[in-house]
Structures are given as C-alpha cells and as structure tokens.
Design a protein around this ligand. Structure first.
Ligand code: HEM
Length: 162
C-alpha cells in the first residue's frame, strides 16, 4: 500500500517499485515455502559420498524435496505457522528455502516469476477486496499444488482504484 500510495493515479509499476516490495515478497515466499509449486527434482551423484550415515554410490539418481526441507523444524522453527517475518534480515540459511531449486541448475525463471507474482499481488490488492466462495477449499497436489475447486472468489472493486 505504501508503494500504491506513493504513485499518481494511473501510473504503472516500474522496476524500482518492485525492488521496494519487500514485505509482499516475504509473504509470497512464505506461500512458496508452505506450498512449493515443484515438490523437488532429481540430481545424479557424480562421486561416491556419505549422507546421514547412508552411502550413496556414484551414478545414483537422487531426489531432493522442497516440501520436506521447507517443513523441517531445524530449518524453519514452527514450520506449520505462516510467518512472513522468517524472510526478514538474512532470511533462511542457504539451501533450506528451495522453491526454485539451487546450484547451477536453479530455476532461470526465478526473477521473472517474482516480477509476475508481485505485479499480480499489487493489482489485486489495490483494485479489489475479495472473499473466498468456498472458505474450506483444500489444496490438491497433482503434481502441482492447486485449489481443489479452482479458487472461486467474489471480487469487490474499491470505489477509487489506481
Ligand atoms: C513460481 C514459479 C516457478 C517455480 C516455483 C519454479 C521452480 C523451478 C524448480 C524447482 C526448478 C528445478 C531447479 C533445480 O533443479 O535446481 C526449475 C527449473 C526450471 N525453470 Fe522454473 N519455476 C518457476 C517459474 C519459471 C518460469 C517463469 C520460467 C521461464 C520463464 C521457468 C523456467 C525454468 C527452466 C527452463 C528450468 C530448467 C533449468 C535447468 O534444468 O537448467 N521457471 N524451476
């Protein structure tokens, strides 16, 4: 809202505005933590190694799981709690928050996705109030997490929108 209020009516968002949307991005990241669109992906072991007492031979396919890492209380205290402030300051330790993967094969669309999500959130909250038609709607994972009934909402335009 701070950014919306700082702009003359009708002026579009620019890159600087996007960089300032820290709280909105913390909220979006907390959603990506609890419902990562991709549950994980595969890697191939390029050497023999030990992990947690398991010996992993060279050539094995490994699956890394965003979902279980994001709900590990050692990485995220009270993991079931929705708390965007986890991302304040330095945020989570490296390789614990991995909705976009990590390392050389990390998602190359990450910044574009951030831009799209923030522009969408900005336009939604500055133009509308809304309520869910189905307050108890669940999320199904098949294989991406989506609202079971398509998230029907009632939109109420603000009287004056920018
Ligand atoms: C919220 C949105 C998105 C999420 C959560 C997401 C997540 C991911 C994840 C987890 C991977 C695997 C990374 C790894 O193995 O370390 C990946 C790979 C990839 N993503 Fe995304 N992605 C998103 C949006 C996008 C967009 C918008 C694009 C393109 C415009 C994109 C293009 C790609 C490509 C090309 C790869 C394969 C990279 C490679 O294997 O080198 N993604 N993404």
């Amino acid at each position: 809202m701070e950014i919306a209020n700082s702009k003359p009516p009708g002026e579009l968002l620019n890159w600087d505005d996007i960089q300032k949307m820290k709280y909105s991005w913390n909220v979006a990241q907390e959603v990506l933590r609890l419902a990562p669109p991709l549950q994980g992906a595969f890697r191939e072991a390029i050497n023999d190694f030990m992990f947690n007492g398991f010996s992993i031979p060279k050539g094995w396919k490994l699956y890394w799981s965003a979902n279980s890492t994001h709900r590990n209380p050692e990485c995220f205290p009270e993991p079931e709690k929705f708390d965007p402030s986890r991302f304040e300051g330095n945020g989570p330790a490296p390789y614990t928050f991995v909705p976009f993967g990590g390392g050389p094969r990390m998602c190359p669309g990450k910044e574009y996705a951030r831009l799209e999500i923030l522009v969408f959130m900005h336009n939604l909250v500055t133009r509308f109030k809304w309520e869910k038609v189905l307050p108890q709607e669940t999320i199904v994972v098949n294989p991406m997490p989506i609202p079971a009934k398509g998230l029907p909402v009632r939109l109420y335009p603000h009287k004056k929108s920018n």
